[in-house]
Design a protein around this ligand. Structure first.
Ligand code: PEP
Ligand code: MG
Length: 931
């Protein structure tokens, strides 16, 4: 019989930490904690397979489930020594929580205090000797159940929450401000009123039967897998919708039974900076949700738990270290102290910023906890870019007014205009994608996710280092200052007041997530610590601890990776920066970028009507280009440099305004009408598929000759200075070997002439970009001539998908929202489609020329998933913009480590990594990869 329910607890535990796919992260780790003897309230996990079944079968459960749940409830009763629904002795109450394979903090639903009804509440009051506690639990339960299970949560910001309305009315009538000031009699009345509201809105009585309550909660939690915020979150972090969530039903323990009770969340190292030591928030006499929601200002564990509850603090710090050593990673822990007894409710690998990820991983290697390979594997490659982002500091802060200070929750520096409503922030961003927004909230909730996503920074007046705002912004790598108590926010007037100064929506402020400081107006940024060492040389490595961690990680990455990394760079400055960030060569110099510095000369060449005029106009350009190439060759000192010949349509370079055309005509000594006529002649309806790439050099061979001559003369000049030089001349947009041969002939003739005259022959290659499907399919033919291929995946995506890279912005958001595309194909390679074309080109290219050099220079060369794909299909290098190089180095190392692991696993099991199945036949290999 299929097993759908896995128990955990002191007496017996079925699962463990390896079973995340089936039990979800929370369930697997609860089982693991119970197994290693930590104090976990008993419970059980309903597997993710049930979730899949639930959605595939019209929200029905497998027939075996009910009996398995009933048995598991009995097991909880036994271990906890309490009965569910007991009318005589202390009743067992349970919670029901979600738990997906990857944690999705706050995105799905939770129901607490299940099992309360008019009879059990009386026993709870009697046994706990705390009537107020019992009725407060009941009041919260009816409210939570009504919101989550009975779907009474307000749907829009203007809808009224019936429970909140009743609660406010009750407080008003009782003449109190806080919920905690309500007396048991008030709470009893509220429960009645809440139930009446349920009846009124749903037409049904509130369920009294504890098991009926459990099933209601289980269904709601499975249902919340498909709520809007969970879907948005999954899309944002690439979590497949098919995974489903598990559901955890667990005995309740209470942090709200008086002043010997508490509840909290903690990290074993600082989630923002990675520094060692427990950090976190707790509240005395409170239930868990209160801490994360930021409703009450929590206390900081590292500051006062040892004074408030010395014994519990000692026990908790021991358990926290046991967990970090056991998982060998920073842990994010939820706990409750019930009458001085510590209970562990959750542990998971902590979400962290890029700074914290790098620092903690490097420290853990140095502490002997993990290996460099493990350190590399666990850092999301994109996160290292955070270490290169600008910061506030130095001269930029001069004269800037600090207006408030909060908790430094998510590092980074952000300047932007204040918005208070997340949906408004999103609407502003949709109109203007580079809008600079600081989202200012009392506290954030999962509903605010879309607004948080588009904001440059987040500022809250409530909540601590483990509040929702802190957690989510860290994961998104956004600057966040939270718990900034000096700020008074008024959503109605859309203002925030600090002292006697009021800021309106749209006013500019700046937040520093490193220091927790908030500034009035815009603050200019300065380079990050890493770039101060590498680019500016204004900081010495020994004085830059963050740089040291970065460098350590990069050197480990270089040790493991097999792919070379190159940069896309167009001048000596970029080339030097690329080398500082680890480039082993240049994968793409776009020569047209250089023409912008000599635009008038270039325009003269474009507007020439005869070959003789064009040749004349090309002469000064040759000089400019040669000087530019010499600078790059010198900077790269012997590293390979791929230079692409002119690619964009000429129309892009000519002036389109009448006034500018007249000015150019004057400079050239021709009539404005002639300029305007030539500009019109160059106009194309679809220039991306028009006269561009090699088609320019074929029609105007003198341009190719000039560029090839400039490259070769530059190489010769630099070699005569004693600097080695390896130019790789790249022809763009080849679709046919005949095009290649045409251009190759001109290049080789020019090269031979230059080298013969100079008496020096550098090692040089002639190759092509692969940007057209036809080039992929005929790559064997093209490789007969081309000595290297560089995949121009920007154009290959455009031509392969038939989607204009310049116009797809009008529909890509809808495509992503509707899951038609899981990623933006111009950022992350479409591996099945464009990747399939690349595979064909690699195979065919190698079949004709076994030592062909293969690289990529489209934007995808700096995208982690795409880099890993390039490793898999056996490219020699990836090339990306200089600031993406650390990402590429790390991703390339991760690809090599994964491959090594997969090979080792195959060797030992004789089967694939996914299912470890020895037999690869179609019936035995469980995952279907047969591999
Ligand atoms: C490409 O098409 O991938 C490429 C690198 O060239 P460009 O972006 O200049 O068209
Ligand atoms: Mg291109």
């Amino acid at each position: 019989m299929a097993k759908y329910v896995y128990s955990f607890g002191k007496d017996s535990t079925d699962g463990d930490a390896t079973m995340k796919n089936l039990l979800g992260g929370k369930g697997a780790n609860l089982a693991e904690m119970a197994k290693i003897g930590l104090p976990v309230p008993s419970g059980f996990t309903i597997t993710t397979e049930v979730c899949t079944y639930f959605y595939a079968n019209g929200h029905q459960y497998p027939p075996e489930l009910e009996a398995q749940v009933n048995d598991a409830m009995v097991a909880i009763e036994k271990t906890m020594g309490k009965k569910f629904g007991d009318h005589k002795d202390m009743p067992l109450l349970v919670s029901c929580r979600s738990g997906a394979r990857e944690s999705m903090p706050g995105m799905m639903d939770t129901v607490l205090n299940i099992g309360l009804n008019d009879r059990t509440v009386e026993v709870l009051a009697k046994e706990s000797q705390d009537e107020r506690f019992a009725w407060d639990c009941y009041r919260r339960f009816v409210q939570m159940y009504g919101d989550v299970v009975l779907d009474m949560k307000p749907k829009t910001k203007t809808d009224i929450d019936p429970f909140e309305e009743l609660l406010e009315a009750k407080k008003h009538k009782a003449g109190v401000k806080e919920d905690s000031e309500l007396k048991p009699a008030h709470l009893k009345e509220l429960v009645k009123e809440f139930k009446a509201a349920v009846k009124k809105q749903t037409g049904k009585d509130f369920p009294d039967d504890p098991m009926e309550q459990v099933w209601g909660a289980v269904g709601a939690v499975f249902g919340s897998w498909m709520n809007d915020r969970a879907i948005v979150y999954r899309r944002m972090y690439g979590i497949p919708h098919e995974w489903g969530t598990a559901v955890n039903v667990q005995a309740m323990v209470f942090g709200n039974m008086g002043d010997t009770c508490a509840t909290g969340v903690a990290l074993t190292r600082n989630g923002a900076t990675g520094e060692k030591g427990i950090t976190g928030d707790y509240l005395v006499n409170a239930q868990g949700e209160d801490v994360v929601a930021g409703i009450r200002m929590p206390k900081r564990i590292e500051e006062s738990l040892n004074k408030d509850m010395p014994t519990s603090w000692e026990e908790f710090s021991k358990v926290a270290m046991i967990l970090e050593n056991h998982y060998k990673d920073v842990q994010d822990i939820e706990f409750t102290i019930e009458k001085q007894k510590l209970w562990m409710l959750q542990t998971r690998n902590a979400k962290r910023t890029g700074f914290a990820a790098v620092r903690a991983a490097v420290d853990m290697v140095n502490e002997g906890l993990i290996t460099p390979e493990q350190a590399i594997a666990r850092i999301p490659a994109n996160d290292v870019t955070q270490l290169l982002q600008p910061v506030f500091g130095g001269a930029g802060l001069k004269g800037k007014k600090e207006i408030a200070k909060g908790i430094n929750a998510g590092p980074g520096a952000a300047t932007g205009q204040i918005y208070f409503q997340p949906d408004e922030a999103e609407a502003v961003w949709q109109k203007k994608n580079d809008a600079e927004i600081i989202l200012v909230r009392l506290e954030t909730t999962p509903e605010d996710l879309r607004g948080m996503k588009v904001a440059k920074g987040i500022l809250t007046s409530r909540g601590g280092a483990a509040s929702h705002a802190a957690l989510v912004s860290r994961q998104m790598g956004k600057a966040c200052v939270c718990g900034c108590e000096a700020i008074n926010i008024d959503y109605k007037t859309e203002t925030m007041t600090i002292g006697d100064k009021t800021f309106k929506k749209g006013d500019w402020i700046s937040v520093d997530g490193f220091t927790g400081k908030v500034y009035e107006g815009k603050v200019p940024t300065s380079p990050s610590e890493v770039l101060q060492v590498l680019f500016e040389k204004s900081l010495k490595p020994k004085d830059a601890p963050l740089y040291q961690c970065f460098q350590q990680l990069m050197s480990w990455s270089d040790r493991f990776r097999k792919l070379d990394v190159r940069a896309n760079a167009d001048n000596p400055k970029e080339s030097n920066e690329a080398i500082a960030l680890g480039a082993q060569g240049i994968g793409l110099t776009r020569t047209e970028h250089m023409f912008f510095d000599h635009i008038d000369d270039f325009r003269k060449m474009i507007l020439s009507e005869t070959i003789a005029d064009r040749e004349k106009a090309l002469a000064p350009l040759l000089k400019h280009q040669q000087t530019d190439f010499e600078g790059i060759f010198r900077a790269m000192s012997g590293r390979p440099v791929t230079i692409r010949l002119l690619d964009p349509p000429l129309h892009e370079f000519v002036p389109h305004e009448e006034k500018d055309q007249a000015e150019l005509a004057k400079k050239m000594g021709i009539k404005p009408a002639d300029v305007s006529r030539r500009v019109k002649e160059l106009h194309e309806f679809n220039p991306m598929l028009g006269h561009r790439g090699c088609r320019l050099g074929i029609v105007y061979p003198e341009i190719t000759r000039m560029q090839a001559t400039a490259i070769c003369q530059a190489a010769v000049a630099v070699m005569k200075e004693g600097i080695d030089c390896h130019p790789e001349i790249m022809i763009p947009l080849i679709g046919n070997i005949t095009e290649f041969r045409n251009q190759e002939k001109i290049i080789r003739e020019a090269a031979t002439a230059v080298f013969k005259k100079a008496g020096v022959t550098p090692d040089y290659l002639v190759g092509t970009m692969i940007e057209l499907p036809r080039a992929c399919v005929t790559a064997d033919k093209i490789a007969e001539g081309a000595e290297f291929f560089s995949f121009g995946t920007n154009d290959l995506t455009q031509t392969g998908l038939g989607i204009s890279r310049d116009d797809y912005g009008t529909f890509i958001n809808e495509y992503r929202e509707m899951d038609i595309f899981s990623d933006d194909p111009f950022q992350t390679l479409d591996q099945d489609g464009v990747g399939g074309l690349m595979k064909i080109a690699v195979e065919k290219g190698r079949s004709a020329r076994s030592d062909i050099k293969l690289g990529i220079c489209g934007e995808h060369g700096g995208d982690p998933a795409s880099v890993k794909f390039c490793h898999k299909i056996g490219l020699s290098y990836v090339s990306c913009s200089p600031l993406r190089l650390p990402v590429a180095r790390l991703a390339a190392a991760q690809a090599a480590i994964t491959e090594k692991k997969e090979k080792a696993a195959k060797k030992t099991s004789g089967g694939c990594e996914c299912c470890k199945d020895g037999c690869k036949c179609c019936c035995c290999c469980k995952c279907g990869c047969r591999g």
